[in-house]
Design a protein around this ligand. Structure first.
Ligand code: ADP
Ligand code: GLC
Length: 468
C-alpha cells in the first residue's frame, strides 16, 4: 500500500508532544511491514531546518481567500527516517520557530492543507490511503471528497486519528472564503455548533476514525468538547488503536541522551547514575526516592493541581522523597511551580521549558513518574517510563487506564481515580511504601522494562483497518 500521513508535527522535524512522536514512528513501522509510507508536514524555521539540507521537489501556488501563496515542497537530504518526509514551505506563514499558538493559526493550517492537496493532485501517482492527524489536517478528506478540482483524489481511502479532541480549531463562518470553492450544498459537513469545525468536518468526511486508545474512544462518546453527539452518530466507523513507542529511540540500552545506558540486568547501576546526575544538577538528595512529572503544563494533564499536591505531599508525608518537574505551558501553573522552589529547597525543583535530553534522563533516573491527567487520549510518557524501569503513578483515564495496572490488582503501577491533590498525595504515599520494599520494587522495575509496547502491533492494526 502507498500510505501518506499528514500532520502538523513529526519527530525529529517538529514536536510539541506525543503527536510528533507518533507521526515520527508509525510510518517507519508501517514501512517495515512492506508498505510505502510518507509524511507531509509544514516546514518550520526551527532547529531541524537549521541543521539539515533540503532539496525542493515541487513549487506550486495555494490560495487563501484573495491571497496567493507560493509554496515549495522540500525533502531533507541524507537522512534515513525509514519513510519519506515532505515538508511544505510557505513563506509568510510558516517561516517562524514554533508549531502553534500564533494568532493566524487558522490561516496557516488552512493554507498548509490547500498547498498539500494541490501538490497531491499534481503528482503522477496517487496514494491508496491518506491518514490525517488532528484538526490541523481535518479539511483534507473533505477537499478530496467534495471539491471538483480534486476529483482525481476522490476514491482514495481516508483515515482521521483524534490524538486530542480538546483542540478543535473551529472558526467563524465569515472565513468560509479561505477554503477552495465548493457547492454550498456541502456547507453542513463543515458545520458544528454554528462554526466551521475542522475536527467535525474530518469525522463526517472520512472512511474511518480512530482514537489513540480504546478507552479514549469510549470517553469521547460522552465528553469531547461538544462533539460527543457526532461521535455517537459516527460510532460505526470509529476504532480505538493504542499507540506504540519507537523502541529504537526510547531504549535505555542505546539512548545516547542518557548519562549512563543500561539493560534490565544492569538497571540498578544504570538508573543510579542517571539519578545521581539529576540530583547533582537540581540540588536533590540522591538517597531519597525521586518522583518526576514531565509534560505540558495544561489543565488536561492535571498540572494545575501539582503546586498544591506537591506542597501538601511534603507537609503530610515529610521530606523523605524528592520531586522534579519538567514542563511548560500555562503561565499560572509555571508560576505556582516555581514559587514552591524556595520553600521546598533540597526536595523539589522544576525546569520550566522544553528539554528533550533532560526528559530522557528523567525517565531513566526517576523512581516514579506522576501523571495525574484529567484527559489522556493515550499518553506516551507512562510507556517511556515503563521501558526505562520507572513506576508510573497515574489517574485512571483514557490510555492510562489501558496501559497501567495497579500493584493492588497484581500489576506494576499505582493508579488513582480522581484528579485531585488528595488522590495524588495518597498515591505518593503508596509509592513510598512500595519503595521501602526494595525487593518487590526492584522486581517490578525489571519486569516493566520487558513489557512490549513497540509499534509493531499497532502498525499492523492500522494496516488491517486500511485494508478494510
Ligand atoms: P501530549 O502529546 O498530550 O503532550 P504524550 O504523553 O502523548 O502527551 O506525549 C508527550 C511527549 O512530549 C513525550 O515524548 C514527552 O517526553 C514530551 N514532553 C512533554 N513536555 C516536555 C518537555 N517540557 N520537555 C521535553 N519533552 C517533553
Ligand atoms: C495527544 C494526547 C496524548 C497522546 C498523543 C499521541 O497529544 O494528549 O495522550 O499520547 O496525542 O497520540
Amino acid at each position: 500500500m502507498n500510505i501518506v500521513h499528514i500532520s502538523a508535527e513529526c519527530y525529529p522535524a517538529a514536536k510539541a508532544g506525543g503527536l510528533g512522536d507518533v507521526v515520527g514512528a508509525l510510518p517507519k513501522y508501517q514501512a517495515l511491514l512492506g508498505h510505502k509510507t510518507s509524511v507531509v508536514m509544514p516546514f518550520y524555521h526551527n532547529k531541524f531546518r537549521n541543521e539539515n539540507h533540503f532539496e525542493s521537489i515541487f513549487t506550486g501556488k495555494a490560495k487563501l481567500g484573495w491571497h496567493n501563496y507560493t509554496f515549495n515542497v522540500l525533502v531533507p537530504q541524507g537522512l534515513d527516517l525509514g519513510y519519506e518526509l515532505c515538508m511544505i514551505d510557505i513563506p509568510g506563514l510558516f517561516d517562524r520557530p514554533d508549531i502553534y499558538s500564533y494568532d493566524d493559526d487558522t490561516e496557516r493550517f488552512i493554507t498548509f492543507q490547500v498547498a498539500t492537496i494541490n501538490w497531491m493532485n499534481m503528482q503522477d501517482t496517487v496514494p491508496d490511503v491518506v491518514h490525517c492527524h488532528d484538526g490541523q489536517t481535518g479539511f483534507i478528506p473533505f477537499f478530496m471528497n467534495k471539491i471538483k478540482d480534486y476529483e482525481r483524489l476522490k476514491d482514495i481511502k481516508t483515515i482521521y486519528t483524534i490524538h486530542n479532541g480538546q483542540y478543535q480549531g473551529q472558526f467563524d463562518w465569515d472565513k468560509l472564503h479561505y477554503l477552495p470553492p465548493f457547492h454550498s450544498f456541502f456547507n453542513g459537513i463543515l458545520d458544528w455548533d454554528n462554526a466551521i469545525n475542522p475536527v467535525a468536518c474530518a469525522i463526517k468526511s472520512v472512511d474511518k476514525v480512530t482514537t489513540v486508545s480504546p478507552s479514549y474512544m469510549e470517553e469521547v462518546q460522552y465528553s469531547m468538547g461538544g462533539l460527543e453527539k457526532l461521535l455517537q452518530i459516527e460510532r460505526g466507523k470509529c476504532t480505538g488503536i493504542l499507540n506504540g513507542i519507537d523502541n529504537d529511540i526510547w531504549n535505555p540500552a542505546t539512548d545516547t541522551m542518557l548519562e549512563k545506558k543500561y539493560l534490565a540486568r544492569t538497571l540498578v547501576s544504570g538508573k543510579r547514575a542517571n539519578k545521581d546526575w539529576l540530583c547533582n544538577v537540581y540540588g536533590l538528595d540522591k538517597e531519597k526516592p525521586l518522583f518526576v512529572f514531565i509534560g505540558r503544563l495544561a489543565i488536561e494533564k492535571g498540572a494545575d493541581i501539582l503546586p498544591q499536591a506537591i506542597y501538601y505531599a511534603f507537609a503530610k508525608l515529610g521530606r523523605e522523597f524528592n520531586i522534579l518537574v519538567l514542563g511548560s505551558g500555562d503561565k499560572d501553573i509555571e508560576g505556582g511551580l516555581l514559587h514552591l522552589e524556595h520553600q521546598l529547597k533540597g526536595n523539589y525543583c522544576s525546569y520550566i521549558g522544553y528539554n528533550e535530553k533532560l526528559s530522557h534522563t528523567m525517565y531513566a533516573g526517576a523512581d516514579f513518574l506522576l501523571m495525574p491527567s484529567r484527559v489522556e487520549p493515550c499518553g506516551l510518557n507512562q510507556l517511556y517510563a515503563l521501558r526505562y524501569g520507572t513506576v508510573p503513578v497515574v489517574r485512571r483515564t483514557g490510555g492510562l487506564r489501558d496501559t497501567v495496572i495497579d500493584i493492588g490488582d497484581g500489576g506494576f503501577g499505582i493508579c488513582h481515580d480522581q484528579c485531585t491533590a488528595g488522590d495524588v498525595i495518597y498515591s505518593i504515599e503508596r509509592g513510598l511504601q512500595l519503595y521501602q520494599d526494595q525487593k518487590r520494587f526492584s522486581k517490578i522495575r525489571k519486569e516493566i522494562m520487558q513489557i512490549d509496547h513497540s509499534w509493531t502491533k499497532a502498525a499492523s492494526d492500522y494496516i488491517e483497518l486500511y485494508t478494510k
